[in-house]
Write a protein that binds this ligand. Structure first.
Ligand code: NAP
Length: 258
């Protein structure tokens, strides 16, 4: 390999680093877990569905931790399990998230608002708190929160007030943690995807009217996939992103550029 190719490979290499990926039983989280493992990371995969996690963990020689992250009393069990199974984490990707309701804002039930905020915002915050002492001890770390373009712009026709608020909260949280923890060389960023096909959005793509709405509002002439989002996460996770912190990187085919 030429010295330049060697240097480029080093920028993205994650050999031996322990990573935690939440929401890894499907969609973007699973794609991120596979990609991190392919670059040499030892990956702990976290979600509720044990069968899916076990299958993926076996495939990538990783470690499965089943946890309902909307139960905030149980979130504290994740990081100690990973430390015991793989060692201290240097990378945390908070990809678990969902939209519990598409009620219009004026009638969103408080319970749905709370569940959304617990899973999408508070669980990532608690996990960041839990990895912090380990990252501080090794003197480096990367936290990547997966938000959404709806944390930045309103999405006409698909009501999602609490989801949008929780995702916008991740950008604020990332910026603040980035500043507080920079002295320990811990970087904290947010990746905000536009629409891509997954279990959450599957029903949307099944409706031709909705699929046409997504096409019309996405300048790039292709349908987004989880793999389109993975690149930004790999860039931030590795040394290639070593001078980037506190940012929200939007990966949306141009949706918010219009
Ligand atoms: N698809 C899109 O268009 C889009 C756009 C913008 C942002 N996003 C964000 O991207 C992230 C990944 O979503 P995706 O599209 O890949 O959807 P997905 O395939 O439905 O993945 C969601 C993941 O979150 C996990 N999860 C859900 N509730 C959980 C809970 N209570 N405890 C633990 N894990 C839980 C699910 O696993 P279990 O069911 O096994 O628990 C699953 O692994 C989410 O944060 C989502 O908000 C997606």
């Amino acid at each position: 390999m030429s010295p330049e190719r060697d240097a480029a490979a080093r920028m993205f290499g994650l050999e031996g680093r322990v990573a935690i990926v939440t929401g890894a039983s499907s969609g973007l989280g699973a794609a991120v877990a596979r990609a991190l493992a392919s670059l040499g990371a030892r990956v702990a995969v976290v979600a509720r569905r044990r069968d899916k996690l076990a299958e993926l963990a076996e495939r990538i020689d990783g470690f499965a931790v089943a946890c309902d992250l909307s139960d905030l009393d149980r979130v504290g069990s994740v990081v100690p399990a990973v430390v015991e199974g793989l060692g201290p984490p240097e990378i945390l990707v908070n990809a678990a998230g969902t939209m519990f309701t598409t009620e219009r804002a004026e009638s969103e039930p408080l319970d749905a608002v709370r569940r959304t905020t617990d899973l999408n915002l508070l669980a990532p915050f608690l996990l960041a708190q839990a990895v912090f002492p380990h990252m501080r001890a090794v003197g480096r770390g990367v936290i990547i929160n997966v938000s959404s373009i709806s944390g930045r712009v309103g999405i006409p026709g698909i009501p999602q007030a609490s989801y949008a608020a929780s995702k916008a909260g991740l950008s604020g949280l990332s910026a603040e943690l980035a500043v507080q923890w920079a002295k320990h060389s811990i970087r904290v960023n947010t990746v905000a995807p536009g629409f891509f096909r997954s279990e959450i959005t599957g029903p949307l793509y099944e409706s031709e009217r909705a699929a046409e709405y997504l096409r019309r509002n996405t300048p790039l002439p292709k349908e987004g996939t989880a793999d389109d989002i993975v690149g930004a996460i790999l860039w931030l996770a590795g040394d290639a992103g070593s001078y980037v912190t506190g940012q929200t990187v939007v990966v949306d085919g141009g949706w918010t550029a219009r």
